[in-house]
Design a protein around this ligand. Structure first.
Ligand SMILES: C[S@@+](CC[C@H](N)C(=O)[O-])C[C@H]1O[C@@H](n2cnc3c(N)ncnc32)[C@H](O)[C@@H]1O
Length: 434
């Protein structure tokens, strides 16, 4: 193996969003391969604090470091190959857990393997356990029902502590990679910020913190895909302040506003709560004002951002998306809502265009109305926004997608939805061009 380090990023439930997010942190030339749920990276740089990095990536579930790779096995004969894989794992254990007296908890995940995966994983786990016991080690594996381990179990079983390990086998075109997990998503911390914050408002809908992180990360690249040197982010429809909170955690000065008095208060209280329980530098500014986004002025925005001169900043926002629907609405009703939202968004972007410095990135979620038979998008509104002097950027560059065989939607946007959700979120990246 070369001196370069190989890392595998295990992607979340919405892989396209995860890939787009990672592109703001990784150099695309370092990315070797993108598979449905994994992204393989070769880099000379060591990831110094993988957990710290992962904690700000809403779309990645694990980071693992490759310790071995072997030739890709014949996919038709996988069941006959597990002994070879066990030997690799055994060697790793021999070095890592030399003279280890206490019980070792371990788990194995397999990615990009064809079905039936459970049978394969069962065989692999049993053989590994037998081999490790022969070495004189006391081991217990934590995989449940011969399935990959959920991140919550990795944390609960403390697999990343000195008495544990989690090994990932990643099948790729040329090789089978063996990678040890070095960071895992902490679901409890997300839940604490999502459900444990003092003020919630399910009425107007709240952004999941993970999606807020993803949207913030989208703002870190400029129009040409280069690092966007920003220190400040503005959310003009801040609601309960999810974007403001995640931005502060990522180290940005944050400014927010909302037309609703209660929402503005909620945001302030939630930020106060966050500052008490999390490590956030006192130097990071945050301010929330009561303000109609369609009536913003240069002066008000400077007041929100607490600056005298307009800085280079980004706008990241989930505006009002209309009422929640529990079944697909009648055409007339939907048209009425879309008309209202169209007017709100267009007026907002119109106002914004006279204030924003050229090149400012605006990450904006619009509703995508859908069920099994309907897919209604706000494409007319997007066209109107473009005419106001904004360009729309692909969240995953087409060239990169082509190189890695990533199947892309026709639109430059990406959708975040949940099973059965009628009002999904469609994320756009606009850049102010005038
Ligand atoms: C979907 S919520 C935002 C939720 C927020 N992302 C969160 O996680 O809590 C939309 C917000 O937009 C606000 N809003 C609606 N019209 C507005 C306007 N013209 N100007 C500013 N805020 C507005 C609503 O009061 C609401 O708080």
């Amino acid at each position: 193996m070369t001196k370069e380090k190989l890392y595998v990023f295990i992607l979340g439930r919405k892989p396209l969003l995860s890939i787009a997010e990672l592109l703001s942190h990784l150099s695309s030339s370092d990315i070797l391969a993108v598979r449905p749920r994994t992204l393989l990276v070769k880099t000379k740089k060591l990831i110094k604090n993988p957990q710290m990095l992962l904690d700000t990536l809403g779309g990645t579930v694990r980071i693992a470091q490759v310790f071995e790779r072997i030739r890709r096995p014949n996919p038709d004969k996988l069941m006959n190959e597990t002994e070879k894989w066990t030997a690799v794992i055994k060697k790793m254990f021999k070095e890592r857990f030399k003279n280890h007296a206490t019980k070792i908890r371990f788990g194995v995940n397999i990615y990009n393997f064809p079905h039936p995966r459970e049978i394969l994983l069962k065989k692999l786990l049993n053989e590994t356990k037998r081999n490790l016991t022969e070495l004189g080690l006391k081991v217990r594996f934590v995989n449940n029902q011969n399935k990959n381990i959920q991140s919550v179990v990795t944390n609960k079983e403390r697999l990343l502590s000195k008495n544990g390990t989690e090994i990932n086998l990643i099948l790729d075109e040329k090789y089978l990679y063996f990678a040890e997990t070095i960071a895992v998503q902490n679901i409890d911390r997300y839940a604490e910020r999502d459900y444990g914050k003092p003020c919630r408002d399910p009425r107007s809908g709240m952004l999941p913190p993970k999606l807020a992180q993803v949207m913030i990360n989208f703002a870190l690249l400029d129009k040409n895909g280069r690092k966007n040197k920003i220190q400040t982010i503005f959310d003009p429809f801040c609601g309960t302040g999810t974007i403001l909170m995640e931005g502060l955690l990522k180290g940005f000065h944050m400014g927010g506003s909302d037309i609703d008095k209660l929402a503005a208060q909620y945001s302030r209280k939630n930020i106060e709560w966050l500052r008490k329980g999390y490590t956030i530098s006192e130097k990071l500014k945050s301010k929330v004002l009561l303000q109609d986004a369609t009536r913003l002025t240069d002066k008000i925005l400077k007041e929100i951002l607490q600056v005298k001169k307009m800085p280079h900043f980004a706008v990241v926002s989930e505006p009002y998306l209309g009422p929640p629907f529990f079944r697909f609405p009648e055409r007339e009703k939907l048209e009425m809502h879309i008309k209202y939202l169209d007017s709100l968004y267009v007026r907002f972007f119109e106002k914004l265009s006279s204030i924003l410095p050229k090149g400012t990135v605006v990450i904006f979620a619009v509703p995508a109305f859908q069920d099994k038979t309907h897919h209604v998008r706000m494409t007319n509104t997007i066209e109107k926004i473009k005419k106001l002097g904004y360009s729309v950027s692909d969240l995953i560059p087409r060239k990169f997608a082509k190189t890695h065989g990533i199947e892309m939607p026709d639109a430059p946007s990406l959708i975040y939805d949940r099973e059965g959700q009628i009002v999904a979120r469609e994320i756009y990246k606009f850049v102010q061009m005038t």
